[in-house]
Design a protein around this ligand. Structure first.
Ligand code: NG6
Ligand code: CA
Length: 504
């Protein structure tokens, strides 16, 4: 602990002895605030800092250009629930065979398990999550009209203001510290993922109510004119407004930072935005602004939110004592179940930045996502090709704050995250809809898997092939050349390591 303080004091003095960083009375350094900004389905190529030309993301670029922008930054999984599980627990999601959860799912993090917020809490942090959760809540027979527990507050977040699952799944209400916000007890919420409620509109029988058309799935409850996954009854006074969601979460973020910046304790805030996941519902201020339809518009909206976040920490006077980590839970998808012109209006834009595959895919674009760290005065601007994964937040942040806590699979890559080392992880097991691949150095090995080559509904190549695939991502970042046949020994070596690590 003392060593940490001295080290950070030295670091702070190197960058000019920032006032916020030093507590005058004890001359101990205040640990940095940490803000994890986590987008939903944003692709590597969706930000101008990573080469996008058709879309301009000046605020995310500000973080990238003045912090470290990682060209080998990974989510653990090509879908949301498993990635978030790994980011918060430091444990591979395939160990628990995790899949995308319905809105009714019980909490899937063991309340006894180490988590990033618990570890930081023990290290003296205030902790909060504002935004999307999607890791299950309460028990499977939970009553949405009573206090819902366990949830984020039981796995380490002192404060939570969340949506339970996704914007396209019921319940479409906000939940604050385990209680539905604005609920009228005389109009109780009922949720069912199998059976519709008599007398309630649904997307198949009531197409006249729809303001957005479903393409696949998303044909159950109709809420705010949007067809959703799952049926819902009641809770009218608590329903969220889709177009105001970004502003709503941002307001909570501003309030939280405003309050916590004044406290002696540092804070860890996870700001999990819903964009650009479906349904894409930009606020009217952003509607039509990208020329790319709602998907582009909500990326601009998310970028604006990042700008507001930066302004908030600047105005609170904590910019030099706040580390921001920016990333996305999985790769991009265009048509994820609604007709919203994401495909038709795409033009030349490549959400993956040319990487192969996308959300749900074992090819690179499934998990290879934007990954940026920013900390004014401590992280110098630059680019890094160190291999880093969101699962590494646990061990890296533990090291940053001087915690001895451990998690199952997280590696300490804090030096890479701070830009003081070019080295990240040596290898990484990646997951996509329960299949796994093995990245080691520049190589990625994709074992053979049965199943369709392409998910036709979303039009994404999944990575399933009869034969094993091996790519050298340094020479062939877009995975056009399977070199497994040319390199049988390497295939065998990687396969052996992979199998040993997976414990099969
Ligand atoms: C899929 C949904 C998709 C999206 C995804 C979860 C259908 C047909 N598709 O099952 O629209 O909600 O789940 O996305 O229902 S994630 O980013 O949260 O993993
Ligand atoms: Ca996602």
């Amino acid at each position: 602990m003392k060593l940490y303080c001295l080290l950070l004091l030295a670091a702070a003095c190197l960058v000019g002895c920032s006032k916020q960083a030093v507590n005058d009375e004890t001359s101990e350094v205040r640990k940095p605030n940490i803000i994890f900004v986590y987008l939903d389905d944003l692709g590597y190529g969706d930000i101008s800092a990573n080469g996008a030309k058709a879309i301009n993301t000046p605020n995310i670029d500000f973080l990238a250009n003045n912090g470290m922008n990682f060209s080998n930054g990974y989510a653990s999984s090509a879908t949301c629930t498993p990635s978030r599980f790994a980011a918060f627990t430091g444990m591979y999601p395939w160990r628990n065979n995790l899949k995308i959860l319905p809105g009714t799912a019980p909490l899937i993090i063991d309340t006894k398990q180490p988590t990033v917020p618990k570890m930081l809490s023990k290290a003296g942090y205030n902790t909060a999550i504002i935004g999307k959760w999607h890791l299950g809540l309460g028990t499977s027979d939970k009553n949405w009209n009573e206090h819902i527990t366990p949830g984020p507050n039981e796995v380490g977040f002192d404060y939570s203001y969340i949506m339970a699952a996704t914007q396209d799944r019921v319940p479409t209400v906000y939940i604050e510290d385990g209680d539905v916000v604005g609920l009228d007890k005389n109009d109780p919420i009922e949720i069912d993922y199998k059976n519709k409620f008599e007398g309630e509109p649904n997307a198949k029988d009531n197409p006249e109510l729809l303001t957005m058309k479903w393409h696949h799935g998303h044909n159950q409850a109709v809420i705010n004119g949007i067809p959703r996954i799952g049926y819902m009854k009641g809770g009218k006074s608590a329903l969220w407004s889709d177009v105001d969601m970004a502003d709503h979460f941002l307001d909570k973020v501003k309030m939280y930072i405003g309050e916590k910046a004044k406290e002696d304790k540092p804070f860890f805030l996870t700001y999990t935005m819903q964009q650009p996941h479906v349904p894409r519902t930009p606020h009217p201020r952003f509607k039509g602004k990208s020329g790319m339809g709602p998907r582009g518009d909500v990326i601009l909206e998310a970028d604006w939110c990042v700008g507001e976040l930066i302004k908030t920490i600047q105005e609170a006077g904590i910019e030099e004592n706040t580390m921001i980590i920016f990333s996305s839970d999985n790769g991009p998808v265009l048509n994820d179940g609604y007709y919203d012109e994401a495909v038709e209006l795409l033009g030349d834009h490549s959400p993956t930045g040319g990487l192969r595959g996308g959300k749900y895919s074992l090819y690179d674009a499934g998990t290879h996502v934007p990954f940026i760290t920013y900390w004014k005065g401590t992280i110098k601007g630059g680019k890094s090709n160190a291999l880093v994964c969101q699962m590494d937040l646990f061990a890296s942040l533990a090291s940053l704050v001087g915690s001895e806590e451990k998690s199952a699979d997280s590696e300490n890559v804090i030096a890479a995250l701070l830009g003081s080392s070019k080295d990240g992880r040596e290898d990484l097991i990646l997951e996509a809809t329960t299949r796994t691949s093995y990245r080691k150095g520049d190589f990625v090995l994709i074992p053979s898997y049965k199943g369709p080559k392409v998910n036709k509904q979303v039009n994404i190549e999944l990575g399933n092939t009869k034969n094993v695939q091996l790519f050298n991502l340094k020479e062939d970042p877009f995975q056009t050349n399977n070199i497994a046949e040319q390199q049988p020994e390497l295939v065998q070596q990687l396969m052996d390591e992979f199998v040993a690590k997976r414990g099969e």
